[in-house]
Design a protein around this ligand. Structure first.
Ligand code: ADP
Length: 227
């Protein structure tokens, strides 16, 4: 079953007098629970793809279909509720709130949604990510790898169906990066969360079930179609 798909997605940016075609007629389908890496050289359109697929940015043309429903009919408010409740985001920068402890950062999306935390579920994520003893620390007292683990827990707090990750290991040293990647992979499989991850790093991409390569805004390779 497809959890999300896109049809003929195109994204153009105006850059001075010129139009940059960052995404050129991309059509893809993602199955529920799969771990897919989007790879390609710098400037090829990977981040743009992630942003448009996850409705952080509007497409110039084409459409995104989530759970068999086109997002074309969603207004901005409906899109932001969808992102808050059904999607989780992990970026290269951890984007933690510096004044809040690790645990408060993790709770933030639940609080913003005015929901009650599911303690049992949160404890399970915290346990898998190995951050029990980091919860009362402020981000400034945590290493990069620890901050990213808190950011992953925060992204999972609202029980999303899709986790979008943009170069999540990009700021980490090799060892911490590998640990964070294997945790991301493990936690998404354990929870059945679809993981769509952008990386220029082929060592990262080879951990995925499926690798899609983008060049000049277009899909040039999809390991799924080789199977
Ligand atoms: P990648 O993530 O593969 O490095 P991006 O998606 O960031 O690539 O960028 C794809 C292309 O779109 C690049 O040529 C980039 O300069 C351009 N681009 C991205 N964002 C913007 C923007 N906000 N305004 C203008 N051009 C942009």
């Amino acid at each position: 079953m497809n959890i999300i798909e896109c049809k003929n997605l195109t994204k153009e940016y105006l850059s001075g007098e010129n139009t940059v075609v960052a995404l050129n007629d991309v059509s893809l389908e993602f199955e529920k629970g799969e771990f897919c890496a989007i790879t390609g050289p710098s400037g090829s359109g990977k981040s743009t793809f992630l942003h448009v697929l996850s409705s952080l940015e509007n497409a110039t043309s084409g459409e995104v279909i989530y759970n068999n429903e086109s997002l074309k009919n969603y207004n901005d408010n409906q899109l932001s509720i969808l992102r808050r409740r059904r999607f989780g985001f992990v970026f290269q920068a951890y984007n933690l709130v510096e004044e809040l402890t690790g645990y408060e950062n993790i709770l933030l999306p639940i609080m913003l949604d005015k929901k009650k935390p599911d303690e049992e579920y949160l404890n399970k994520i915290i346990d898998i990510l190995g951050i029990e003893d980091r919860l009362s620390h402020l981000p400034s007292a945590l290493s990069g790898g620890q901050q990213q683990r808190i950011a992953i827990a925060r992204a999972l707090a609202n029980k999303p169906s899709i986790l979008f990750a943009d170069e999540p290991t990009g700021n980490l040293d090799g060892k911490s990066g590998r640990e964070v990647l294997s945790l991301l992979k493990y936690v998404s499989k354990e929870l059945g969360v679809t993981l769509i991850l952008v990386t220029h790093d082929l060592h990262v991409a080879e951990q995925a079930d499926r690798v899609i390569r983008i060049e000049d805004g277009a899909v040039v390779e999809d390991s799924k179609s080789n199977q």
